[in-house]
Write a protein that binds this ligand. Sequence first.
Ligand SMILES: NC(=O)c1ccc[n+]([C@@H]2O[C@H](COP(=O)([O-])OP(=O)(O)OC[C@H]3O[C@@H](n4cnc5c(N)ncnc54)[C@H](OP(=O)(O)O)[C@@H]3O)[C@@H](O)[C@H]2O)c1
Length: 202
Amino acid sequence: MKILIVGGNGTIGKKVSQHFSEKHEVITGGRDSGDVIVDITDSKSIKAMFETIGKVDAVVCAAGEAKWAEFSSMTEEDFYIGLKSKLMGQVNLVRIGKDYINPGGSFTLSAGILADHPVALTTSAAMVGGAIHSFVKAVSLELENSIRINVVSSGLVEDAVDKYEAYFPGHNPIPMKKVVNGFVKSVQGKGNGEIIRMYDNC
Ligand SMILES: NC(=O)c1ccc[n+]([C@@H]2O[C@H](COP(=O)([O-])OP(=O)(O)OC[C@H]3O[C@@H](n4cnc5c(N)ncnc54)[C@H](OP(=O)(O)O)[C@@H]3O)[C@@H](O)[C@H]2O)c1
């Protein structure tokens, strides 16, 4: 398979890229890093990326940002960061990418545990995560040519513990192998419209 992994050099993306590179052709994308340069907040950049790389069998997104801050300090502009990047960035990847994906191909987006179990400071990140879950369920009903779409929603991953542990009291970090398997299940399984939750019930 020819697999595009946007965010393929990030904390999660690099482990996902390493895994799929063993048996597949992987193209990584990012704003400053990767085989192809793309900014998912910009539709023209997404279109230019697909024109450069051509048709693919799978699109994986392990990218997307949202502002973490106290709700009382969040401005309207602060919320637009998550809406433009993590939410519409991924929606536009599907909206534009559907014309560049081979029949039977798949999209795999990223959300996270916050959609179901938010912690303090995450009104924006949790909100867009929930929206991505709903988007995936809805758009899976309409994608043509047997193209599937799923979303991987992981808990705090082991490789990001140093950065985020303080925000997740009592959470059990998710082993990287388990997170990678969420992406494998989406890309190589037959599921469609699934929210692949990679965390214990908490
Ligand atoms: N870390 C966790 O524990 C965890 C858990 C659940 C869900 N998630 C979610 O999973 C996703 C990846 O998390 P991560 O921890 O791996 O993040 P990360 O380490 O910050 O990596 C993100 C990657 O995405 C790329 N990227 C960021 N913004 C982009 C944009 N606008 N256009 C194109 N590429 C962009 C970055 O590369 P460039 O800088 O080169 O663009 C980077 O390679 C995020 O949406 C995150 O919220 C993370």
